[in-house]
Design a binder for this molecule. Structure first.
Ligand code: EPZ
Length: 436
């Protein structure tokens, strides 16, 4: 396994570049299955999740080629004839469940494993299944698999109201509905930028969708979609993570430059909270210049659906708030128990306590280096941020979680002045008795 070894308290200077969005690339890859031909997606990051989903697509018969030298992915979906997604891959990455909508849309049937649990608690898929049924599919559960079928002649379409709003269910239902024979309506649909970019791509492929960017999507089925060439958008969570890194560990003499991101995709709540910390952000044609303030103001946040504060940035915000000039809190209303990073931060001397769905954080805290364990993608990056400001050498174990969603993180941070290196280690090696 790999770990990151971080020498703390090195200031960030220079430039951090944001890669293509993971959470947009995945639905775009699923959409490619709906077109008989080769879809080309540009600005696709080299990440473990992209690799995993490429395997999932190949099982269905698609040919997938990733050209990391120019961040391009080509998906030839001329021969999609095996409508299955096996447990071995779906359990590794929940977004593989997008195969349900994609295969139903393309083949009229699908056998897709249920994803099971996730590192920080239950993540149900009931809305995906109820939505498909509302659109006229039959759904059966058998041996841990969902078997979905459209009636003869295609999916009739129908109406479905989501409660709560769900990114994944909106994507899955849209994938099934764009080639239905009738009209489908999704109420309380997600309007996260990932979903908006995905719906626009479906439109470019010939789908008829009204209401993109609102909470009501109306989709009129068409016979087939056409393959396209599409540009994936930048990763908004990577951008937010780097903005937080700049406010936390940037040089006060020189702002950190962040290129390639789209700040509008972070939503108003993040922009407002970031401004309230006293961190100044200048936007120019090149990207953002983030000026680390002399004093960081405490700002409490509550996560919400877009344009609310993204749940995928709450762990990083918690680390930022350890350096604020006073106490604050972080409340997650999307995933109410996504706090696996807190006991690890406690091991670094951070005083943060979880009460129900809220973390209470003391300000002005010294952070001490320690050996800590990654548990999921965003928890892991929060530990890396803590390592950047810690006194001493921090070891972040199990960085395979980070490799799912941050492209070349150790290289990007090192190029910007941090000291982060990747090292292989044997997690099950017995400790040397001389050292114990
Ligand atoms: C997407 O997950 C993202 N994943 C997550 O990012 C992100 O945290 C999440 O949206 C929220 O923004 C991808 O895009 C691949 P949801 P998703 O369905 O679609 C409840 C990361 O770190 N719900 O929008 O699975 C659910 O429990 C990942 O990159 C149901 O009750 O999230 C949650 O409370 C992690 N029933 C809320 O909806 C359902 O059937 C929102 O979840 C589905 C969801």
């Amino acid at each position: 396994m790999d770990k990151f070894v971080i020498q703390g308290q090195r200031l960030l200077r220079g430039t951090l570049r944001v890669s293509g969005s993971k959470n947009t690339a995945l639905p775009l890859m699923a959409a490619a299955l709906l077109a008989n031909g080769t879809t080309s997606i540009r600005n696709v990051p080299s990440l473990r999740d992209i690799k995993t989903f490429s395997y999932v697509l190949r099982i269905s018969g698609a040919k997938v080629q990733h050209m990391p030298e120019d961040d391009r992915l080509e998906i030839d979906a001329s021969a999609v004839d095996f409508p299955e997604a096996p447990y071995e891959l779906v359990k590794k990455m929940r977004a593989s469940f997008y195969m349900l909508g994609a295969l139903l849309g393309r083949c009229g049937r699908a056998r897709v494993s249920l994803p099971g649990g996730c590192a920080w608690g239950p993540r149900p898929v009931d809305l995906h299944l109820k939505g498909m049924e509302a659109f006229g599919a039959t759904i059966e559960l058998d041996g841990g698999y969902v078997i979905a079928r459209t009636p003869r002649g295609g999916l009739p379409g129908g109406s479905f109201t989501m409660e709560p709003s769900s990114v994944g269910a909106t994507v899955n239902l849209a994938l099934a509905a764009v080639t239905a024979r009738g009209v489908s309506r999704i109420e309380n649909a997600a309007r996260e930028p990932d979903v908006v970019e995905f719906c626009r791509t479906l439109q470019q492929m010939g789908a008829k969708i009204d209401g993109i960017g609102t909470t009501t999507l109306e989709i009129e089925g068409v016979d087939a979609l056409e393959p396209v060439t599409v540009n994936n958008c930048p990763d908004r969570i990577e951008l937010g993570t780097y903005m937080i890194a700049a406010a936390l560990a940037g040089s006060r003499e020189e702002p950190l430059r962040i290129t390639g991101g789209n700040p509008a995709h972070l939503g108003e709540a993040f922009a407002n909270a970031f401004k309230q910390t006293g961190t100044r952000v200048e936007a120019n044609a090149d990207g953002l210049l983030v000026h680390r303030p002399d004093t960081l103001q405490p700002v409490s946040i509550t996560t919400g659906v877009y344009p609310g504060f993204p749940t995928d940035l709450q762990a990083q915000w918690t680390v930022l708030m350890t350096q604020a000039d006073g106490p604050s809190s972080v409340r997650d209303t999307i995933y109410t128990d996504r706090f696996k990073h807190i006991p690890e931060l406690n091991r670094m001397g951070v005083n943060a306590r979880v009460e129900q769905n809220t973390v209470h954080i003391d300000g002005n805290q010294p952070v001490k280096a320690a050996q800590v364990m990654s548990t999921d993608l965003r928890a892991s990056v929060s530990l890396v941020l803590a390592g950047l400001i810690a006194k001493g050498e921090t070891h972040v174990l199990r960085v395979y979680h980070l490799d799912r969603g941050y492209e070349s993180l150790e290289r990007k941070l090192s190029d910007a002045g941090a000291q982060v290196r990747r090292e292989a280690y044997d997690e099950f090696a017995a400790p040397d008795p001389q050292e114990v």
